[in-house]
Design a protein around this ligand. Sequence first.
Ligand SMILES: C=C(O[C@@H]1C=C(C(=O)O)C=C[C@H]1O)C(=O)O
Length: 116
Amino acid sequence: MTRSPLDRVRQEIDTVDAALVSLLARRHRLVTRAARLKSSSNLAVVDANRQEAVLSNARRSAELHGLAIDLIDRIWPEMIDFWVTYQNSLSDQSGMLPPASGTRLNQLVQPQEPHH
Ligand SMILES: C=C(O[C@@H]1C=C(C(=O)O)C=C[C@H]1O)C(=O)O
């Protein structure tokens, strides 16, 4: 079977996607370490200044690579939101930290199972 140019490009896209997932997994491990360090120093999960720095680093990096900043602005806030929720879930489990001020009420109040 001869592979078309489109097939080859798609294979390369798959390789890049696998590398992205591997980097996301690495970020996840680092965020877990950050959560433990904040917990042991009694620091809040959410750090707005740090979030701004993370976003502006990513935007600057996109600019250097000629990548649309719009893409960063759509992806990074989602990632940060995901990892803030994740860290809040860790601190809820350990019971070591009060909920961060940014924690939404629906994360705190667990709906009761209806009784049958
Ligand atoms: C990972 C951290 O926790 C939160 C999540 C961040 C992120 O995903 O980059 C940045 C700041 C914090 O609001 C951190 O404090 O570094």
